[in-house]
Write a protein that binds this ligand. Structure first.
Ligand code: F6P
Length: 323
């Protein structure tokens, strides 16, 4: 390994900058020349690639977003696009690539690697936390804290007005953000894609809860829940319980921004370092992660397909604690 390229791809997540910094500085430490590939696979196809120095990654560990920028690139899923990417890898003499992103990123890396045998190592960066083989993905912890901070504020106004708030959080296919933030804010109900949602049962629960002199109620809904999201849930609740003063908040992309938490900064630093070492050790087609505190290596195939199991005990815990 003499020259390594690094890029961020898919939805950005807080801590991606810290991971790039760790990749670049570990490269320098190992006498490897690091290259930044801008805008993910798009930059690889267009040859938007620049050598990076230690100073290029100064003062970014605390910054949200990704200074390498990110994109969801359809062109890479066509053979011609991948050929252009390969040509640029050859042009810049890159011996290996570190890809930071989620399942779309690693699906692309796997296909590319099968065609062109360029060593790829992935780092899990997605607030959704839905990759198998790592306890946490970079950005998830920060997103949770953002949600908790926002919903605490919603709780203040909800309690002042005796209202029911239905809050939608991100998670296209996964309920990790909804579940943990729901516990963290003491939500009265949590709706996630991993379990069936019965609106009638939910309404019964809300009616019961309203008899125990609660000043406010909060339902957290993952955007990918089968109910169709917060507005859809609100429609049904309003139709069946007009006595509730119901409001909806969709938190949206604020969940993807902000300065990374301590946990995300440390995780990103460890994984950036481990990814470079994995390439040096000849590993390819794997995602580095952290399992039970230790660095883990998981084939892309597994990381993408075997969706991390949601801990249903946590859902029961939320139920018990919301009385
Ligand atoms: O994958 C992360 C994520 O934030 C999902 O939770 C969400 O559904 C999606 O990205 C939104 O993507 P975009 O920013 O492209 O609209």
């Amino acid at each position: 390994m003499k020259r390594i390229g690094v890029f961020t791809s898919g939805g950005d997540s807080p801590g991606m900058n810290a991971a790039v910094r760790a990749v670049v500085r570990t490269c320098m430490h190992q006498n490897i020349v690091p290259f930044g590939i801008y805008e993910g696979y798009k930059g690889l196809i267009e040859g938007n690639i620049k050598q990076l120095s230690s100073r290029d990654v100064s003062n970014i560990i605390q910054r949200g977003g990704t200074f390498l920028r990110s994109a969801r690139c359809k062109e890479f899923f066509a053979k011609e696009g991948r050929q252009k990417a390969f040509d640029n890898i050859k042009k810049y003499n890159l011996d290996g690539i570190v890809a930071i992103g989620g399942d779309g990123t690693f699906t692309g890396a796997k296909i590319f690697n099968e065609e062109h045998q360029i060593p790829f190592v992935g780092i899990p960066g997605t607030i959704d936390n839905d990759l198998y083989g790592t306890d946490y993905c970079i950005g998830y912890d920060t997103a949770l804290n953002t949600v908790i901070d926002a919903v605490d504020k919603i709780r203040d106004t909800a309690s002042s007005h005796n209202r029911l708030f239905i809050v939608e959080v991100m998670g296209r296919d996964a309920g990790f953000i909804a579940l943990r933030s729901g516990i963290g804010v003491g939500a009265e109900a949590i709706l996630i894609p991993e379990t069936p949602t019965y609106i009638d049962k939910l309404i019964e629960k809300l009616k019961d809860q309203s008899t125990v002199e609660k000043q406010s109620m909060i339902i957290i809904v993952a955007e990918g829940d089968e109910s169709g999201g917060a507005y859809k849930v609100a429609e049904q609740v309003k139709a069946k319980c007009p006595e509730f003063d119901t409001r909806v908040t969709v938190l949206g992309h604020i969940q993807r921004g902000g300065s990374p938490s301590a946990l995300d900064r440390v995780l990103a630093s460890r994984l950036g370092n481990a990814a470079v070492k994995a390439l040096i050790d000849g590993k390819t087609n794997v995602m580095v992660g952290v399992l039970h505190r230790d660095i883990s290596y998981i084939p892309f195939d597994k990381a993408i397909k075997h969706h991390q199991q949601i801990n249903l005990d946590l859902l029961n815990l939320a139920e018990v604690l919301s009385c």
